[in-house]
Unconditional design. Structure first.
Length: 607
């Protein structure tokens, strides 16, 4: 394999002495070395820079696990590049087109990733040192590139692990991880384009071969992307209008943020079609493991777990799709502790030998030994509240039934359908949007984190419904939906639902949330404005949860019309929310009981 070679990589470079359980059963079999900056040609002549972490002394040919990243292959996490080669598998990591060392133009979330991934798998599988078996691995954006490779069904692609991704774009309520219910994840998109994928990057001068440049050891002294952006106060800046030029007004480096925001006004436009996200038309030919967590609200793992089974090329492939629902923040599957906490929620002991199982997955499919996959449960999930790992053969687990919990008068949640019809009104002012979390709450870009929401729930633009304290525990595992009957004085507005757990002290800790933009109530492809005062039915996707609410605690549903700045605001005008600068106040109403019996649909586990 031609390329510059680095020194031997010591095992200590990736071993975490505080979490030895992660590496249980992974005694190294081989020393490893990195061969860096091998430029692989694509079908259009563009070359993509790829590092190979190889096991020294292993018998050829060898299998490969491929990762494709926009975040600089030289700054990749250190665990898997060491663990896989130590067990006899080559680890390859590639800068995607136009990023860092690779040639070409970078377009975020581009459909070209399908072809580039396919060409890379083809090139790797054709090398004499490769045994013709390639696996894929990725989390977040790298998980999306892995999912796109899976949809191409190259015969050498034998398995994959896709974690914390937003690759599914085939539904009527979301487009990738970036639009939910037709609403943009504003804070995530602003921070991601600003800090992670700006268009500005450094490269060798014209006339100098990129491959030779990056294989030279002194190239390590040069950064491919400037990391300094002007400081910005997120809370105040994100509130300014218009949305599409937020990054420009912050003084940030050029990016595709404005184009993404403008396209978000038409969720089914060609812009999103060109991103190459998975659709219901895609088919799949390889076993996959999907990993996600409760803070990934709106991610694609559950959709893909279903899709890869339904559209598998064979019953055998369908049988070998697996799901882990882990108590982890975004891409933080290995950050499990004996005493795990995320903000106000305590998960207890979440330890699991993740690396052992991930390495075992790849050795099974690529080397025909390792983990006994046939003995694995199809689903592993952590049941919060009870704070235990559970196993199942499906999602939702067997025995889960849909139970309706109705919204009733006087702010109640009841199991019996109310006969009398009623309604509750509130005013939504886009100039004073309902916040997505209390002040000073630690959050990530995805809006993750758990906090006591009781201070938000007393706002005039929030209406809450609470069940009586439970007499016996209630376990939920599966998708949660809200069937809501609403009306508004505006031609378009949003409805946001937050499900919380209320303890005996009155603390209201969020469980999950969802949003619907009313113009898309029948689908992203058929926007339709509201008529003032007319009642409409809308279904809000509250994603998935696995939680046991103990006796004495209760569920609370809080409704509002914004969740800012996690989601962009609806300006209530019926116009373009991303380029608009004018807004109006909306009088919104939620209807209850009788023919308009709004209800939560909960995935209740058998008692």
């Amino acid at each position: 394999m031609a390329g510059a070679e680095d020194a031997l990589q010591p095992r200590s470079a990736r071993f975490d002495p505080e979490r030895p359980f992660l590496f249980e059963g992974l005694a190294p079999r081989f020393a490893t070395r990195r061969v860096r900056s091998v430029f692989i040609p694509m079908r259009d002549g563009v070359r993509l820079s790829t590092d190979f972490h190889i096991p020294l002394g292993a018998d050829l040919p060898l299998p490969v696990v491929l990762v494709r990243t926009p975040y600089n292959k030289n700054n990749a996490p250190t665990a898997m590049p060491a663990l896989l080669p130590e067990q006899g598998i080559v680890y390859a990591i590639q800068d995607v087109r136009g990023r860092h060392e690779s040639e070409g133009e970078f377009v975020a979330c581009s459909g070209i990733d399908r072809l580039d991934g396919l060409d890379t798998v083809e090139w790797i599988a054709s090398q004499t040192w490769c045994n013709g078996r390639v696996g894929t691995l990725g989390s977040s954006y790298t998980g999306e590139t892995a999912a796109k490779i899976a949809a191409m069904r190259h015969p050498a692609h034998r398995c994959g692990v896709i974690m914390f991704d937003g690759s599914y774009g085939g539904g009527q309520t979301r487009n990738g991880a970036y639009l939910q219910g037709g609403v943009s994840l504003l804070r995530m998109m602003f921070g991601w384009y600003r800090d992670f994928v700006p268009k500005v990057s450094f490269a060798p001068p014209a006339g100098i071969d990129r491959e030779a440049w990056y294989q030279a050891r002194w190239a390590d002294a040069y950064e491919t992307q400037p990391v300094r952006q002007p400081p910005v106060d997120y809370d105040s800046h994100l509130k300014t209008l218009p949305v599409d030029t937020l990054l420009d007004r912050s003084g940030a480096a050029p990016s595709e943020f404005a184009a993404q925001m403008r396209a978000s006004a038409e969720p089914c436009s060609q812009y999103f079609a060109d991103q190459g996200f998975l659709t219901e038309a895609d088919r799949f030919a390889a076993p996959h493991l999907f990993v996600t967590g409760p803070l990934e609200r709106g991610g694609s793992s559950f959709d893909n777990f279903r899709l890869f089974q339904a559209n598998a090329d064979s019953a055998e492939v369908a049988r070998h799709q697996y799901l882990w629902f882990t108590p982890a923040a975004h891409s933080g599957y290995a950050e499990c502790e004996a005493d795990t906490r995320f903000g106000a929620r305590h998960f207890g002991d979440t330890r699991h030998p993740y690396y052992r199982d991930l390495v075992g997955w790849f050795t099974h499919w690529l080397l025909d030994h390792g983990a006994e996959i046939e003995a694995w449960p199809r689903v592993r999930y952590f049941l919060a509240g009870r704070n235990v790992w559970q196993e199942a053969q499906s999602w939702p687990p067997h025995g889960v039934v849909a139970r309706r919990l109705y919204l009733a008068g006087e702010g109640a949640l009841v199991w019996d359908k109310p006969v009398a019809e009623a309604s509750v009104e509130y005013l939504y002012d886009p100039d004073d949007p309902t916040p997505s979390e209390p002040p000073e709450t630690p959050v990530d870009l995805l809006g993750g984190g758990y906090a006591d929401r009781s201070a938000i729930e007393v706002r005039d633009d929030v209406i809450s419904f609470t069940m009586p304290p439970l007499e016996a525990s209630l376990a939920l595992a599966g998708a949660i939906e809200l069937e809501l009957y609403v009306s508004s004085s505006a031609p378009d507005t949003d409805f946001v639902a937050v499900l919380s757990e209320v303890d005996s002290k009155g603390c209201s800790i969020n469980v999950t949330h969802g949003v619907a933009r009313m113009r898309y109530r029948t689908g992203l492809d058929c926007p339709e404005m509201m008529k003032p005062g007319e009642i409409y039915r809308v279904t809000i996707d509250l994603w998935h949860a696995a939680i046991e609410v103990p006796a004495g605690n209760a569920l609370r549903l809080s409704l509002s019309s914004s969740y800012f700045p996690v989601f962009d605001r609806n300006l209530n005008t019926g116009g373009d929310n991303f380029t608009g600068t004018e807004w109006r106040t909306a009088r919104n109403a939620v209807h209850l009981g009788g023919a308009c019996a709004s209800a939560l649909i909960l995935p209740a586990c058998a008692a």
